[in-house]
Design a protein around this ligand. Sequence first.
Ligand code: GTP
Ligand code: MG
Length: 452
Amino acid sequence: MISQDSDNKVSVCPNNHQNPEGSECCYVCGLPIIDYEAELELLLSQYADEEQHVKFLREKVFIGIGDQGCKLVNEFHQSWGKVLKSSEFLMIESSGESQQSTYSISRPPSNQEYKSPHLSLHLLPMSINRQVGYYGLGERLALDDPALDDRLLRLGIRASTTKQTVILLSALGGGTGSGASPHILLRVKALNPHSRNLVIAMMPAADEPDGAHFNAFCSLSRFIKTDRGPLADVLLLVDYDRLMKIRGVGTMGEELARESLLSHMVAALVGAITNGGSSEADPGYLAKMSSSMGVHAFTPCLAIGRSLEIFGGIENILESALSSPLAPVDKESVMLSYVLVQVPDRMASSLQEKTLRAELNKWNKANFPHLKGSVLQLSHSSSTSDRVDLCLLLGGTRLAITAKRAKDGFNRFKSVVGRKSWEQEFGVTSKNLLEMEKAIDSYDSKLDEMAS
Ligand SMILES: Nc1nc2c(ncn2[C@@H]2O[C@H](COP(=O)(O)OP(=O)(O)OP(=O)(O)O)[C@@H](O)[C@H]2O)c(=O)[nH]1
Ligand SMILES: [Mg+2]
């Protein structure tokens, strides 16, 4: 029997026997009387401990969206998941048939499994086809998903985690990636306004149809400008066809190409490659700096696994990276340069930070006449090779150049969207198109203002 005393305290015998007010044990069965207030306090304090634990564990959240986005997160998780202790990994796909078998997904975590970062899959409901096809439809799927916020909250995205970086990977040529990604980032920002967001956006290849470029342009416009400001603090543009052409060498001497090369770039960005060494890599800092300067779109240039002996010095490795940018870049307009360098520990004495900085400053000055800021983040690995990884992120070039192909394809595709039947079927109106063009133009104009 539940009893309520004069102070409104609720207590009860586990076997429901009636007892006088203030009893510590039941007069009938002898079991301790449950004091609800004390129990609740105990529960709350345990929950607070858990929250602290969870908060720590979810500093970095990796989200892959659409086919390619999921593939990338899956690959990244397999290669680096074990070393990223404070991270969560989520794949978001449209709920077409036969999705479940595509990826190896770990079981949902039990309390004991909190320590190992895990990968999970969330399906956006209501898509009939596996291939959604267009931006407007992908956006609609995410907008109509009643479980999305809950999924993101369970991933640890919440305002109480003040130091959180969300890394979103997505190809923007399809419907799911291009349409759902901006809305998902919008929800991330709503759930945790402190979170810093980095987007790795795979841009369609030259030979893809106009519809793919149209999707990419729509998506970019949303990442770069919304009523609540840009959704992506840092947006790394990677042309699919450029990525296919470059190669790197991994820590074990293996060839790195395609997704594994991109996975390596993300690992460098979050400081995962150290293998017991040390890292200054802090994607949150890069995001903060980009946001404060209003430079959001970056072109990555990679030189992964370059032998110092063969290249003869860091300057040649920088040149090697710059010779194969992953998206177009105009050297004249570069305003921000982030350089992530990974050096084997055993070579730390021959490549000291001070020397590296001096060489980098000299090289920057020779290449980027309008540079306003440069950040060097150095990591040391326990590798026994003489191979250096260098990842250069260049920001400040207008999207009209960096994403020219998407813009041209968007312009060619516009006439299709203007038709009433398209608006009804595919969810993008002529008014939306104007807003998208304006968003990109206004980002570019701000860059022009800054440069002048
Ligand atoms: N990295 C990588 N990208 C690819 C590959 N094949 C195609 N792409 C790019 O990925 C884009 C399509 O993205 P997907 O992720 O397949 O599309 P989605 O987001 O699932 O969208 P829907 O299938 O339309 O719902 C294409 O426009 C290409 O630019 C590949 O093998 N590797
Ligand atoms: Mg797909």
